[in-house]
Design a protein around this ligand. Structure first.
Ligand code: PRT
Ligand code: ZN
Length: 226
């Protein structure tokens, strides 16, 4: 990827909950693609735009390091990456262009339904399984509590039953997954939706002009969907 070129590079999730809506939104903004499923990079056929299709977890870093110009990613992944990069002294700056109207979910603390729960103080000194240790610890610290974390990148909801943790801090949309695993949602610690972000340094004038042409279209598309 050459970010000095006049082609605008946009990172989107390759396959997952945000992929389809990310592609649909770009297409609705008049950016045409013919996707070869396996390809990392897809060139637009009608605009000087390239799509980089990666795991969602890679998108914040690619934007913050200036490897790509724009990224579409969930606020949860974005804020987790930002906190981690601040803690590890990596570049953590970016520009937020728009909140996007998809990918809505919340990050919540949930406990086994047979456990009584009167608030976060009940988890003091206990262990919480999560994929988002920085968001969780940031929240606990701000609330004045402390708990240890068990970091799992998948199957968080089975951790209490497996004896790995006392509670979970996981993404929820309908609540069906928690319910199916005998967990009760207690505290919402973070609300999320997809975001359009830009790398921190100014772009060359060709790219800047392209963005200024895309944003009003995006606003129009989002307005029409409301
Ligand atoms: O492979 P890659 O790393 O790119 O994908 P991924 O598996 O990490 O992410 P993916 O595709 O599952 O989710 C991408 C983004 O979608 C998340 O980072 C959120 O911003 C957003 N999103 C919205 C969700 C959900 N809703 C959601 N419900 N991400 C995950 N879930 C999971 C949740 O973890 C739990 O397992 O769905 C389950 C709960 O759903 P309900 O409906 O049962 O409550
Ligand atoms: Zn991911």
């Amino acid at each position: 990827v050459d970010t000095n070129s006049s082609r605008l590079t946009i990172a989107i999730q390759k396959s997952g909950r945000l992929s389809k809506e990310s592609m649909n939104l770009l297409q609705a903004c008049g950016v045409k693609f013919s996707l070869h499923e396996a390809r990392l990079l897809a060139h637009s056929s009608n605009q000087p735009i390239d799509l980089l299709r990666v795991r969602d977890d890679d998108i914040p870093g690619l934007v913050m390091d200036g490897v790509v110009d724009l990224g579409l990613v969930g606020e949860n992944v974005l804020e987790e990456a930002r906190l981690e990069r601040v803690a590890t002294k990596l570049p953590a700056e970016f520009k937020r262009l728009r909140a996007l109207e998809f990918g809505a979910c919340r990050l919540s603390i949930a406990v086994p339904k047979e456990d009584t729960y009167n608030g976060l103080s009940d988890l003091n000194g206990k262990r919480i399984a999560t994929t988002y240790p920085y968001l969780l610890q940031d929240y606990l610290q701000r609330q004045g509590f402390s708990a240890s974390t068990a970091v799992l990148t998948g199957s968080v909801e089975v951790a209490p039953r497996a004896g790995l943790a006392d509670a979970v801090c996981d993404l929820v949309s309908t609540g069906a997954t928690l319910e199916a695993n005998g967990l009760v949602e207690q505290d919402v610690i973070f609300r999320s939706q997809a975001q359009l972000i830009q790398r921190p340094e100014a772009l060359n004038s060709a790219k800047q002009a392209l963005i200024e042409q895309l944003l009003p279209r995006l606003d129009g598309v989002q307005m029409a969907r409301e």
